[in-house]
Design a protein around this ligand. Structure first.
Ligand SMILES: Cc1ncc(COP(=O)(O)O)c(C=O)c1O
Length: 438
């Protein structure tokens, strides 16, 4: 009898997040370069970040502890949707005729439909503890904005979201979810902020970008006089840290299946779902236990930060308000084309993922939107889950690797992160099916 799903009991939700910084220090003896203050260009200290983030999250940002506990209250909330299932993709394997074994961790089974809730809950919790009243944020595809709206609603915080205009228009029900949980949502660039008005004056038809939306959210924080803070859905160390809960669970589930991956794949927007599934396994590569383990980050050809970007210090936002981050970047003013995978339209890559890529510990590939939607449809037909267009990028790379196995006749075990479902991305699928995307 084949087991399609490998489920863990609630008691196996990890009690701690795994901090890859500890292992990089231990096994490589080096760490990513620190963020720099945008004015002085000196390493940014906790006091520089304190106006935007609560101190507990700043501590996590620089921590070298091996494990960081999941707060009890967040742990209770995780029980509503975690552990998430690990699936064996028997039907996809059969469809492709590959000897490869394919597993995927499905993060779409919660109210927001993606992995973003894993960090939204923890971030809202620490803001509440710090006495913050309101959180400003940006959102690309709307997954992160929905997740933060849910988390803020739970902890009694106000939430205001700047949503990249192209997604605001193509995914109207994301806005409804955010409103349902009490958040205020603007299409970005908006007329609500000085920066948004400046962009609209110069580019009235701007479809928006995550860089612009971040600048608008930060302006809200600055004008709040200290009552509001900012939360980011990806890129920063503490966000990647919270997502390691995905890989920690997957490791236990694969143990039950009696397997261990040869290749681990995740799509890369800011890098958080990739890091979430990859980092707990990367420890084994760093320690020398699994030297041949491969990691592949997948991005769109229209926003190829890892495959075409430069590794340098750059701003996280268009108005150049954030600290400078050492990352693979296309430039803070890069305007990606309005593809449907809105969550992958970020000009930079997480400093931790950038560092690992620079050290040669992972590979990166980029695919075109049409080939991604094609495998998204194939996957939905055989596996019964409609993937988010972001996640379909990972599936494309899985298919490529599985077909290599078919050609060579050699079986490999492939694990990937199905970071979210595509129920609110059907406009993209509709455009693909009617031949409007090419
Ligand atoms: C479903 C989904 N997957 C992936 C991403 C990309 O973000 P990250 O690289 O931080 O996981 C997003 C971002 O919005 C998303 O909504």
């Amino acid at each position: 009898m084949n087991n399609y799903k490998i489920n863990l009991p609630e008691k196996d939700i990890p009690k701690n997040y795994l901090n890859i910084m500890y292992y990089l220090q231990k096994y490589l003896g080096k760490l990513p370069d620190p963020p720099l203050h945008p004015g002085t260009k000196q390493p940014a200290g906790p006091e520089d970040l304190a106006p935007i983030f609560p101190m507990e999250l700043i501590k996590q940002e620089v921590s070298l502890d091996e494990f960081i506990p999941v707060p009890d209250e967040v742990y209770e909330l995780y029980k509503q949707y975690r552990p998430s299932p690990l699936y064996r993709a028997y039907n996809l394997e059969k469809f492709l005729g590959t000897p490869a074994k394919i597993y995927y961790k499905y993060e779409g089974g919660n109210a927001t439909g993606s992995h973003k809730l894993n960090t939204a809950l923890t971030q809202a919790y620490y803001n509440k503890q710090a006495g913050v009243k309101k959180i400003y944020t940006e959102t690309g595809a709307g997954q992160w904005g929905s997740a933060l709206a849910i988390a803020c609603n739970h902890f009694g915080l106000e939430c205001e979201v700047f949503m990249v205009k192209t997604s605001y228009e193509s995914k109207p029900y994301r806005k409804v979810i955010m409103n349902m949980f009490g958040a205020k949502v603007h299409a970005s660039p908006s007329a609500e902020t000085d920066f948004g008005r400046k962009v609209l004056t110069e580019h009235p038809d701007s479809s928006g970008s995550l860089g612009i939306a971040i600048s608008e959210a930060l302006e809200g924080v600055i004008k709040s006089g200290g009552t509001a803070k900012y939360a980011l859905g990806s890129v920063l160390n503490h966000v990647l840290l919270h997502q390691t809960i995905i890989g920690l669970e997957a490791k236990k589930q694969l143990e039950i299946a009696g397997d261990y991956p040869d290749i681990i794949i995740g799509c890369c927007g800011g890098g958080s779902n990739f890091a979430g599934i990859a980092f707990p396994f990367l420890v084994d590569k760093l320690s020398g236990q699994k030297k041949d383990l491969e990691f592949i980050g997948v991005e769109p050809t229209s926003c190829p930060s890892l495959t075409k970007g430069e590794y340098k210090y750059d701003f996280g936002d268009t108005a150049q308000m954030t600290p400078l981050l050492k990352m693979y970047t296309l430039g803070a003013d890069f305007m990606p084309s309005p593809i449907h995978a809105g969550g992958l339209r970020y000009h930079g890559m997480a400093p931790l993922v950038s560092f690992i890529y620079h050290e040669g510990l992972m590979k990166a590939v980029a695919y075109e939107q049409t080939e991604v939607f094609k495998v998204g449809v194939d996957f939905a037909r055989v596996e019964g889950i409609i993937p988010a267009p972001e996640s379909a990028h990972a599936i494309k790379a899985v298919v490529v690797e599985a077909l290599k196995c078919k050609e060579s006749g050699k079986s490999k075990t492939i694990l990937f992160n199905l970071s979210g479902h595509g129920f609110l991305d059907l406009k993209g699928y509709e455009d693909y099916l009617s031949g409007k995307i090419n």
